[in-house]
Design a protein around this ligand. Structure first.
Ligand SMILES: Cc1cc2nc3c(=O)[nH]c(=O)nc-3n(C[C@H](O)[C@H](O)[C@H](O)COP(=O)(O)OP(=O)(O)OC[C@H]3O[C@@H](n4cnc5c(N)ncnc54)[C@H](O)[C@@H]3O)c2cc1C
Length: 337
């Protein structure tokens, strides 16, 4: 396997920031990855694992080894009357896996259609959309520990999944590489069509199936979100904040358009996009970066800017949302300083 030096990451991050890695390698097998990790030339360097680069903000060049696992393959490892269990390589493009599942009439990931990135990052982020989170279909996550090269399998419980979060972003952060994810898909799935604009979009199709649901979700996403091929971005920059119900009720009185998602008796989730919009940021442009004009949760890169520009803009947004609403926005995107 080739280890490249001074390697451009411009095409490998969906913001399109022009940064370089001191070393870059893309192992295609677990064995190649193990060999790379045991190579003394790179062991002492900072290491970063990269998937499709669709949830990452590079603020400068990476002075170490960037590893992009390109382990592919979708393998059926178990089947029952109700479920099918698939072992999928970390380097498989997430939406190719969703298309494969839908094509075989297996349910559980269809609402996550068209999310950019690779399968390896899906448990790290606990990706979610349209009322579905990947945690509900993950059975196990296979990893290699960076420090020892030891293989470790995490059960779904051990992954400690929560909203856009997992143990891989907490206690195990930067300490392992996901090599495979084992999914448990349903042969007779119950389709989730009630969320957001899905029901409305589905009315354009003659029937509601896994296939039409996938098509409807792709159509909605194409309308609502900027295509990173055209306009650099990493999806939602911030998480939707969880706040005390009392505070949300006060805000809703002042802004009837504020949608409130219940969490429990005391807490609710608020749409960060609405808070950012109300703070006056929607469509605003600061130099080479800005806030998207249709989806204010998305910071966009018009070209020629740097990750630091995007980070500075995100700090301004967070400050003004805090000043206006007393709410601290948390970043969803992974920032590499
Ligand atoms: C237009 C657009 C729309 C989006 N919509 C959604 C959405 O609806 N829902 C949603 O949840 N997300 C969404 N995202 C965010 C993004 O697509 C997901 O977070 C995705 O899972 C990131 O995958 P990636 O392979 O690109 O990860 P990267 O951006 O490459 O990496 C993300 C993090 O995971 C780590 N990582 C990556 N691969 C591995 C691995 N194999 N082992 C260990 N760590 C790893 C990285 O080190 C980094 O910390 C969107 C992004 C864009 C650009």
């Amino acid at each position: 396997m080739t280890v490249h030096t001074d390697y451009s990451l411009k095409e490998l991050n969906t913001f399109g920031f022009d940064v370089r890695a001191k070393f870059f390698a893309a192992p295609e097998t677990v064995e190649a990855l193990e060999k790379l990790l045991s190579d003394n030339r790179y062991a002492h360097l900072p290491q970063l694992v990269l998937g499709g680069g669709s949830n990452i903000l590079f603020c400068s060049d990476f002075n170490g080894l960037v590893i992009q696992p390109r382990i592919t393959g979708i393998e059926k490892i178990e089947e029952t009357a109700e479920t099918v269990h698939l072992r999928v390589g970390a380097g498989v493009v997430w939406d190719d896996f969703v298309a494969y599942a839908v094509q075989h009439h297996w349910g559980g990931v269809e609402n996550l259609s068209f999310i950019p990135g690779h399968v390896g990052a899906s448990p790290v982020q606990n990706i979610g959309a349209y009322g579905m989170e990947v945690k509900h279909t993950i059975r196990q996550v296979e990893c290699i520990l960076k420090a020892t090269g030891e293989r470790k399998v995490f059960s779904a419980e051990e992954c400690a999944f929560s909203y856009r979060d997992s143990i891989f972003k907490q206690a195990w952060r930067d300490r392992l590489i996901v090599t495979h994810v084992i999914f448990r898909l349903a042969k007779h799935p119950v389709l989730r069509t009630y969320y957001g604009y899905v029901e409305e979009e589905l009315r354009k199709y003659p029937d509601v199936t896994l296939q039409t649901l996938r098509k409807a979700i792709i159509a909605i996403r194409r309308k609502k979100l900027p295509d990173p091929q055209i306009l650099g971005n990493a999806g939602s920059f911030f998480k939707n904040p969880v706040v005390p119900k009392k505070l949300a009720d006060e805000l809703a009185l002042k802004d009837p358009k504020m949608v409130i998602y219940p969490i429990d008796v005391n807490y609710v989730k608020l749409p960060a996009a609405r808070l950012i919009e109300q703070a006056g940021w929607k469509g605003k442009c600061i130099g080479a970066v800005g806030v998207h004009d249709r989806q204010s949760l998305v910071i966009v890169h018009y070209g020629g800017g740097t990750g630091r520009d995007a980070l500075a803009l995100s700090t301004m947004i967070r400050q003004s949302v805090y000043e206006k609403f007393g709410i601290q926005l948390e970043t969803e995107v992974n920032i590499v300083q």
